[in-house]
Structures are given as C-alpha cells and as structure tokens.
Design a protein around this ligand. Structure first.
Ligand SMILES: [Ca+2]
Length: 153
C-alpha cells in the first residue's frame, strides 16, 4: 500500500508527541519550575543536649543552606531552609525544596543567641553547627541530624 509508510510515520510522530506530553506532565516535584526536575531534602533535627541529656536548643531557630560544590559556610546559599526547635525536647523538621540535580555542601546552624541576620545567617560564638557534608542530590532525600552531630562554636 502506497500510504502505509506515511500512516506509520504519522503514527510515529503522534506517539513521540504523546511521549513528550507524558514526560512533561511527569516532571512534577515540589518547587518544579519550567519542567526542570527538582528534589526535596528533608532533615529531622535532634537538639544538642547537655551531659544530662537535657535539650540545649529549645525554641531556637535553625538555618540550613546548600552551597555550590565544596563551598564553605560563608558562601551564598543556592537553597536554604529554616525551622525552629519546639519548646522542650522535641525535634524539628527542615525542608529544603526546589533543588536541582547536583553536588552541594550542606551547612546547618542553630542561632542560640538569636543575633543572626535572617537574610544571610552566619554562626557566631555560642551557636551550634555541624560538620559540613557533601550532599549529592539526584532524588528526594530524608535524613536525621543526631544530637551528637552538633558542635558548639
Ligand atoms: Ca548567633
């Protein structure tokens, strides 16, 4: 048949369009912008504790950020998060959304003395920080920061 080839090409093109539309509709993800896949980092934060196990950050704000590559805590945040520890001994949850595929360094700090600039929060003496892990994001990630991970600055 003369038209068979044309019909199968047309069907093939329609299938490609359908596949494209399907893929476009699958790029969902929180914070998705313009079809670029993004991911969410969810951290459960335990409070630092004293030798008796009492919480040391009750009601205190926590700032987190991801910086490019192996960047330091003074580098600008590509992505940032904020939460507050509850009163008492509870944990806090920090959610950082809209992260694109890549390798970052994560920085966390508890502003114990409440003097951080909320636009560019940096730790000072008496605050708590953590070691700064390399974080490779290629999916949604959930992790826990344990009480022992906090270091007094
Ligand atoms: Ca501070």
């Amino acid at each position: 048949m003369k038209y068979t080839g044309l019909i199968s090409k047309t069907l093939g093109a329609l299938a490609l369009i359908a596949l494209f539309l399907y893929c476009s509709s699958q790029s969902g993800g929180t914070g998705d912008t313009g079809g670029t896949q993004t991911y969410t980092l969810t951290l459960t934060l335990e409070q630092p504790t004293n030798a008796s196990g009492n919480p040391l950050a009750s009601g205190k704000p926590v700032y987190g950020k991801l910086v490019a590559g192996s960047g330091t805590y003074t580098d600008p945040a590509l992505y940032s998060g904020y939460t507050v520890f509850p009163s008492g001994s509870g944990t806090a949850t920090m959610t950082i959304t809209g992260i694109t595929n890549g390798t970052y360094t994560g920085h966390l700090m508890i502003d114990i003395n409440g003097n951080a600039d909320t636009n560019n929060p940096l730790p000072d003496t008496g605050d708590y920080g953590t070691s700064s892990p390399t974080i490779t994001i290629s999916s949604n990630i959930s992790d826990t920061v344990h009480a022992e991970a906090w270091i007094k600055i």
